[in-house]
Design a protein around this ligand. Structure first.
Ligand SMILES: [Zn+2]
Length: 423
């Protein structure tokens, strides 16, 4: 903490209140000091001291007076200075890797795309940091205002042993990408790696106004899911929760790469839908191929092509059956479907809903397509980092996620050094 702590307030409590003030400002701002104090249940004098400190370190601005009815001095409204700090978000993928700068509210400030090849974690880490430095320079920024770095990986990320795994990068076993990144990062900058679907789910959670629970399904080259409950991701014992693509939807169905038969992925993933129409394998053909194939498929559906309609129908039933089972287990309220499958929304939604008639009829379940665009994964990791820092959602300091919360709070609440100091 870079500003004085008032007597009688313990530092830890003060820091927690400061982070809560920032959280309310981000989610409910602009807001006055008096409303902040009511919302947080914290004395007005304490809120005032905290807010003054935040104004001093450039995180909060006074933006004018609130309109009130009747006599009395109108209170001054406060707003977070969202662009004063940035989250660096890296959406790691072979071929196209996106580097995105998000502000504290998760809005995209700048982005660039890099071509990244399969390589060792050491080389990939170096390339990521060089690329981020380039983007910061291009935007006339430096590492001084970076609040955290998040890396989204297409594969399992384990926070307990601090590893990532990714077949597309040639890392079939867990590798220490995070440790390699920390070696290259300027000191004091917190880092978080996260699985891509988990990160994208968080962007959705943010966009639809922080619902109490959200079950998020991504249908693209593969099928994955994430479950957010009370603002936290459910990881499972081995950080493998959410493998809905390998849920059995047909007991004696097609053999899957995982060794089981009749997995959802074999019925409803984009390559399988395309293969069923064209009669040839569509695996490993790349994003552009899938997009143009789906575009053509929509044209065929529009013209009423019966073969295309039957294939999309079958995929919809498979997704619906899987979701039926998910709801039976989780009793969740909000389900969002995302990924390239959204291109088929007009033809697949009703079929999916047929399987959920009973549950949708109760009126407590909502099923929708994603409203977050292409940068969902980057926006999501920014959102995850922000929640871990402001609400300490990561557990103890002995986990990388919990450590991010502690270190991230320290970094966020410090005054930014003058330009050119490097960190
Ligand atoms: Zn499988």
């Amino acid at each position: 903490m870079d500003y004085d702590i008032p007597s009688g307030t313990r530092p830890r409590e003060r820091e927690e209140n400061t982070l809560r003030v920032l959280d309310v400002l981000i989610k409910h701002g602009p807001i006055s000091r008096i409303d902040l104090s009511r919302k947080l249940g914290v004395a007005r004098s304490t809120v005032s001291v905290i807010v003054n400190g935040l104004i001093e370190i450039g995180l909060v601005n006074e933006i004018g007076e609130q309109e009130i009815v009747g006599a009395g001095r109108p209170p001054t409204l406060l707003e977070i200075d969202a662009t004063s700090r940035q989250f660096v978000c890296v959406d790691l993928d072979v071929g196209e890797t996106s580097i995105v700068l998000c502000d504290l509210e998760g809005k995209v400030m700048a982005a660039k795309v890099d071509v990244m090849a399969r390589a060792t974690p050491e080389i990939v880490a170096r390339e990521i940091i060089d690329s981020v430095t380039e983007l910061l320079e291009r935007e006339n920024l430096d590492w001084a205002t970076v609040a955290g770095v998040g890396v989204v990986v297409p594969g399992p990320v384990r926070h307990d042993i601090d590893t990532v795994q990714s077949l597309v990068f040639g890392w079939p076993q867990p590798v220490k990408l995070q440790a390699e990144l920390r070696k290259c990062l300027p000191e004091g900058i917190p880092l978080l790696a996260e699985n891509d679907v988990n990160a994208a789910a968080f962007a959705e959670w943010d966009a639809i106004g922080y619902p109490p629970d959200l079950f998020y399904v991504y249908v693209g080259r593969g099928i994955g899911s994430a479950y957010i409950y009370d603002g936290r991701l459910h990881y499972g014992r081995h950080f493998l929760a959410g493998e809905i693509g390998h849920m059995t939807v047909e007991s004696d169905g097609v053999l899957c790469d995982c060794g089981n038969r009749g997995c959802l992925e074999k019925h409803a993933s984009v390559p399988c839908i395309i293969a069923a129409i064209h009669g040839e394998s569509a695996l490993d053909r790349g994003r552009a191929y899938y997009q143009s194939s789906l575009f053509n498929l929509v044209r065929q559906l529009e013209s009423g092509d019966s073969r295309s309609l039957a294939v999309v129908n079958e995929a919809g039933h498979a997704i619906g059956a899987a979701l039926y089972n998910v709801i039976q287990v989780l009793d969740c309220e909000k389900i969002v479907l995302s990924g390239p499958i959204c291109m088929l929304r007009d033809y697949i939604m009703d079929v999916i809903k047929l399987n959920l008639t009973k549950q949708l009829g109760r009126g407590t379940l909502s099923l929708a397509f994603s409203q977050v665009g292409e940068d969902a994964k980057a926006i999501g990791i920014a959102s995850l980092m922000r929640e871990a820092i402001l609400l300490n959602t990561g557990g103890g300091d002995d986990t990388p996620f919990g450590y991010l919360g502690t270190k991230g709070a320290e970094r966020l609440l410090r005054a930014v050094p003058k330009e050119g100091s490097g960190t």
